[in-house]
Ligand binder design. Structure first.
Ligand SMILES: Cc1cc2nc3c(=O)[nH]c(=O)nc-3n(C[C@H](O)[C@H](O)[C@H](O)COP(=O)(O)OP(=O)(O)OC[C@H]3O[C@@H](n4cnc5c(N)ncnc54)[C@H](O)[C@@H]3O)c2cc1C
Length: 412
């Protein structure tokens, strides 16, 4: 029996393999990953692992014995070099190749790096994607060191929070007019900016990086406003690109990631994709999500497709971020919103920002407010929308927020 080969032993690859077995697959399964470690969770890399509060083994998604017991052949430290979409085969760097009954691409994403011409390859310049990236960064996070964080997205902000908590001198530059510009409203961005500033982080918005300067190791950063900033290390968090090289070379359709249909099927029969590398149908268009819940749920949907019991994957986006003692929880996707309602929470320091498109609730950002998050998530997933005026009024309890529909039916 030819094996099902899963390329990429990350969050999606590991979930896909486990789900195949849970659905009763008796095929040989080979889970091939380029990294030298078993599948692990990435979120703690920029949070508790960087803070030194989590042991390395605790990051592993499943104990190594799981794969053995489930008859999943986990092959680490091995990169798949090429796919043949016609013969359904994968080839390895040592020249070996194997014929497969199905191939699932779970290749994730690659961090965007600063080019060599602006000093991106100097010592002391770090990215934040893999366990080895985090392992390299931990010893550089010494109290008193001066760190420049490039990029004010969630990864950059989380790294800034850890650095400040560990006593580093932190400057964060964001080229766009404000932090979180791609992912959150101005209210959420301002809230996090104030949080970081209260911990001594200097946030410079509308300021880019012109070049890093050093003699082998970075010594200073020249910013777009001409300032030269002495630095000991730099963390680059300027986004990722979906890892599509294998798929592209094999002639698969690419559209902001490997193009899949609602069942996770690529443009070539027998080849599937899931997780950060895949773009899928969403609201009449396409979307690619970079989140743990999506990686798991889409991978499980692909496993069901391979087993012939698939249903169209309907994403229910949610996400989180931890910074200092703040837990941010996000439900839904805010694209297309035209209003944001701010709702104070019932404890000091808790607040939620509700995104509406007309009367329709799209998403929520809840800061230390799990009840607001849960309420909004339930409503979004049920296709319900609360009255914005009730959301804005903290005297109206979350559990009795009137929905727009309810109000309409109550009209005389
Ligand atoms: C620092 C950090 C913090 C994050 N925080 C959060 C968070 O708080 N909440 C949240 O929801 N999400 C978070 N994410 C995002 C989340 O971790 C990703 O969305 C998730 O890991 C995607 O899973 P994946 O399996 O698609 O990709 P990955 O987990 O990246 O796995 C892909 C794997 O494929 C391997 N691979 C690629 N090409 C090949 C090849 N040719 N041959 C063999 N192997 C290959 C890669 O080496 C990698 O190990 C965070 C990510 C990072 C980096």
């Amino acid at each position: 029996m030819k094996p099902i080969v899963i390329v990429g032993a990350g969050q999606a690859g590991s979930a896909l393999a486990a789900k195949l077995r849970a659905l009763g697959s008796e095929a040989p399964i080979r889970l091939v990953g380029a990294e030298p470690v078993p599948p692990y969770q990435r979120p703690p890399l920029s949070k508790k692992y960087l803070l030194g509060e989590v042991e390395r083994e605790r990051l592993y998604l499943r104990p190594e014995s799981f794969y053995e017991d489930a008859g999943i052949e986990l092959v680490t430290d091995t990169r798949v070099k090429a796919l043949d979409a016609n013969t359904l085969a994968v080839a390895f760097e040592d020249g070996a190749s194997i014929a497969c009954s199905a191939i699932a691409l779970c290749t994730g994403a690659e961090p965007i790096r600063l080019p060599e011409a602006v000093g991106g390859t100097l010592g002391g310049v770090f990215t934040m994607r893999s366990l080895s990236d985090a392992d390299a960064l931990v010893p550089a996070f010494r109290a008193g060191a001066r760190v420049l964080i490039v990029g004010g997205g969630y990864i950059g902000l989380e790294a800034a929070a850890v650095a400040a908590s560990r006593g580093l001198e932190v400057t964060l530059v964001e080229m766009a007019p404000r932090i979180l510009a791609r992912v959150a409203c101005a209210e959420t961005a301002a809230w996090f900016k104030a949080l970081h500033e209260s911990h001594g982080v200097e946030i410079r918005e509308g300021v880019g990086l012109r070049a890093l300067v050093g003699d082998g190791t970075v010594r200073s950063a020249i910013l777009s406003d001409g300032t030269e900033l002495p630095v000991d290390l730099v963390v680059v968090g300027i986004g990722v690109r979906p890892e599509t090289a294998l798929a592209e070379a094999a002639g698969l359709a690419i559209e902001n990631g490997i193009r899949v249909d609602a069942f996770g099927r690529t443009s070539e029969p027998g080849i599937f994709a899931a997780g950060d590398c895949a773009s899928f149908p969403w609201n009449g268009g396409r979307i690619r999500l970079e989140s743990v819940p999506n990686a798991i749920e889409q991978a499980e949907a692909v496993a069901a497709t391979i087993m012939g019991v698939g249903a169209a994957y309907v994403a229910r986006p949610w996400f989180w971020s931890d910074q200092y003692d703040v837990k941010l929880q996000i439900a839904g996707l805010n694209s297309g919103h035209d209003a944001v309602i701010v709702r104070p929470g019932d404890k000091p320091g808790s607040v939620s920002h509700w995104y509406f498109a007309g009367p329709r609730l799209l998403a929520v950002d809840a800061m230390n407010d799990p009840r607001a998050y849960m309420t909004a998530k339930r409503m979004i997933e049920a296709g319900q929308s609360p009255m914005p005026s009730a959301v804005a009024n903290p005297a109206v309890p979350l559990k009795s927020l009137p929905t727009a529909d309810a109000l309409l039916t109550e009209q005389p």
